[in-house]
Each structure stands twice: as structure tokens, then as C-alpha cells.
Write a protein that binds this ligand. Structure first.
Ligand SMILES: [Zn+2]
Length: 399
């Protein structure tokens, strides 16, 4: 039975349709849909209809969102940033629960209804950050779907006890196991990856590994990772985040790695940073490798940048990959919608009957204009209920 009728919207292919929603899901999509008089109606006014956006990689537990500006005076090395953050969090009393909730609501206001968040697990904090983000996940259940990745930000082997904490994190409801630079941080890649894949296999959980290592070093680690994906048959359940190495190896090596990634259905996550070599979206598409998008940190001790607006991230992916044609900008949009949902395993996604009714209305002629101009969100619907209008969350949602 229809609960809401969204009238007069345009699909990304240009078709003018109505959308009937029932029990939080899309019931029908088509022209001139009818519903009984008592059914709630929303006037779409011919606006462009997008599916709820997807943030494929952020760190909700680290953000300083809605607190005073963090003055960044951190050293240049990866280990400087890791050590600085651990010390800052211990000294500042940073509350991961309230800040993660504030940032998640900012995402929702901008039309994002699914988030994959890595969450630090280390021997100083234990599972404290994970418990905080899980509290946010529960508080916002029904509004935003949050996946958590138990992430050994300080390394897996260097601090004894970390593997046991990851084991506990997976047992306590983390959705995904994270990893980090097996050569550059752990300095024993075979052992590091054996421990990591052993934990994923034990719990039957997917993997999402931060791989910042450049060039041939990163390519070496990537091959070791793919060996284990193959051995454990984890096809379709592994993501490599950043994979900067794929922007820094010769064409023959790149071709071989992309073929292996495609054959093992391992997806890549990019933030499309202007300052690092990155996997090229065009080459990934041609090779059949899924590439999707995310911010990484947003306004934390690592970076002052980032935004809860996933159309802005899609624009960065477009800029970084020199996408100009409307159909190509559609690829960048896919990185923050369908491709991200597939890679992260968010179910019931899209604009077809049966999908969860997560819908965004924008004033744009098509997807390319929405991305290139980062148009404001006019209406956001999550799980069949209106949650934001004209860039403001409803009071009942923000409370
Ligand atoms: Zn990250």
C-alpha cells in the first residue's frame, strides 16, 4: 500500500516520472501514477531525481566537525600524523560519539544515506572509538546506514595486542576488517597480511586495506594481497583504498595488476587527491575494475579539507581524471552512488522498485550539471521519509 507519492520528477535518463513509496521502499516508478487521496504527496516540480549518495571511505571517529578549528602543525611523515593523532586524542578528550554523529547528520543533509567509516582500533584507545561510532550508528539507524571498518591505524604488528583487539572488534559488530601498508608500516608484509587475512577468514568479514605505498613497493604489496584474495577466494569482498601505486608503475605492470584486480573482483577506492599519483578512472573502467569515491578524513588532525557533500567529491574525481563530456562526468557520479554501493555491499540501492527509498532532488538538467556545479539539495528522502528540505535537516531529525 502506497505511503507517499513523489510527483513530477526526472530520472537521470531524462524520463519524467512519479515515484510511489511503500514501507520505506520504492514501490513503483512511472508516469501518471495514482494513489488514494489520503496518501501523502510531495511535489517534485520537475527536479532531477538522484539515488541517496554514498560515502565510500571516511573516518567519522577522527573528525573535529562542529568544534573549533584545529591548528595543524603536524610533521610531514605518515608516522608523524599517526603519532600526533594518538597523542592529541589522549590529551584533548576528543568525543568520537558526538563528533561522528554531527558529521553523519551533515552528510544526511547533503543527501548521503550510506557511509563506510574506518574507525581506529589501537592499544591506547582499545575499542573506545568503535563503540562511539557504533553508538552513532544506532542513534541514526533508519536515517543513515553506517558500515564500520575496524582499522589498525597504528599498524598491526608493531604494537602487540592489536590483532587481539581487531578480533574483538569483529566479534563486537564491526562490519569490515581494515588494514594498512604492510611494508611501510608493519615492515613484514607476508606476516602482516597473513595475520590480517586470517582474522577476516575467521570472522567471514570483508577487507578494506589502506595502501599508501608508492610505485613498485605498493605494487609488491598489492600482489601479496591479491595472492591471499585468490587463496581464500575472497572475490568481491576486498577493497584497496588509495592504491597510489597504480598511478606510479609502468604501463606493463599496471596492465598486469588491473587484470588481476578485475579477475578477483577487488575494488579500488579513490579520494582523487591533486597531490598524489592515483589509479586512473578511465583505465580502471576499461579493465573492468570498480573504482569508487570517498573523502577520507574530514576536518581532522590529518587534513583540514573534506566535505560531507559527495557531489563535491565526484567533482574532484572528474577534475583529477580530466572528465569533461557529460557521459564521462556520469562515471564520476557513479563513483559516489552505484559503484560505491556495489563495492561496499550496501544492499537494496538505486532508483528501481524494491530499493530502499533514499532519494535526492536537485535543480539540474542532468547528472553532469549536478556534479560540475555541486547544486544544492532541494529535498532529501531517507527510508521513505523526508529528512531535509532546501539544505536544512528537519527539526525532528536534527534533534
Ligand atoms: Zn582513510
Amino acid at each position: 500500500m502506497t505511503d507517499m507519492l513523489l510527483n513530477d520528477v526526472r530520472l537521470p535518463d531524462g524520463a519524467a516520472v512519479d515515484v510511489a513509496i511503500s514501507r520505506g521502499r520504492i514501490e513503483r516508478v512511472g508516469p501518471n501514477l495514482q494513489a488514494p487521496a489520503h496518501v501523502a504527496r510531495e511535489a517534485g516540480a520537475g527536479l532531477l531525481l538522484l539515488p541517496g549518495l554514498v560515502e565510500g571511505h571516511t573516518h567519522l571517529d577522527k573528525t573535529t566537525w562542529e568544534s573549533p578549528w584545529y591548528v595543524n602543525q603536524v610533521g610531514p611523515a605518515l608516522t608523524d600524523r599517526i603519532d600526533n593523532e594518538r597523542a592529541w586524542r589522549a590529551a584533548s578528550g576528543h568525543d568520537a560519539a558526538s563528533h561522528s554523529r554531527a558529521l553523519a547528520l551533515a552528510f544526511l543533509r547533503e543527501g548521503t544515506t550510506r557511509i563506510r567509516s574506518h574507525v581506529d582500533v589501537d592499544t591506547d584507545a582499545g575499542l573506545r572509538h568503535l563503540e562511539a561510532v557504533h553508538a552513532t550508528r544506532e542513534a541514526l539507524a533508519g536515517l543513515i546506514e553506517i558500515q564500520t571498518v575496524a582499522f589498525p591505524q597504528s599498524g598491526l604488528l608493531g604494537r602487540p595486542g592489536t590483532a587481539a583487539l581487531l578480533d574483538l572488534a569483529l566479534a563486537q559488530g564491526a562490519d569490515v576488517l581494515g588494514g594498512l601498508d604492510p611494508c611501510a608500516i608493519d615492515r613484514d608484509p607476508a606476516q602482516s597480511l597473513d595475520v590480517l587475512f586470517g582474522l577476516a577468514d575467521k570472522h567471514g568479514k570483508p577487507l578494506d586495506i589502506h595502501l599508501h605505498e608508492p610505485g613498485d613497493l605498493g605494487a609488491f604489496s598489492l600482489d601479496l594481497i591479491l595472492d591471499r584474495v585468490q587463496a581464500l577466494d575472497m572475490r568481491g569482498r576486498v577493497v584497496i583504498s588509495h592504491a597510489f601505486c597504480l598511478g606510479g608503475v609502468d604501463a606493463k605492470r599496471l596492465d598486469g595488476l588491473l587484470k588481476r584486480l578485475a579477475a578477483l573482483d577487488v575494488a579500488l577506492l579513490t579520494t582523487a587527491p591533486p597531490s598524489r599519483p592515483v589509479p586512473a578512472l578511465r583505465a580502471c573502467r576499461e579493465a573492468g575494475v570498480t573504482l569508487f569515491g570517498g573523502n577520507d578524513g574530514i576536518r581532522d588532525t590529518w587534513t583540514p579539507y573534506g566535505s560531507p557533500d559527495m557531489l563535491a567529491r565526484a567533482m574532484m574525481i572528474g577534475l583529477r581524471n580530466d572528465l569533461r563530456r557529460d557521459d564521462e562526468i556520469g562515471w564520476a557520479f557513479d563513483c559516489v552512488s552505484g559503484a560505491a554501493a556495489r563495492a561496499c555491499g550496501f544492499a537494496d540501492y538505486g532508483l528501481t522498485p524494491g530499493a530502499r527509498a533514499d532519494l535526492v532532488l536537485v535543480a539540474a538538467s542532468g547528472v553532469a550539471e549536478a556534479v560540475a556545479q555541486r547544486v544544492p539539495r532541494r529535498l532529501v528522502i531517507s527510508g521513505g521519509a523526508v529528512v531535509a528540505r532546501d539544505g536544512r535537516l528537519l527539526d525532528s531529525v536534527a534533534a
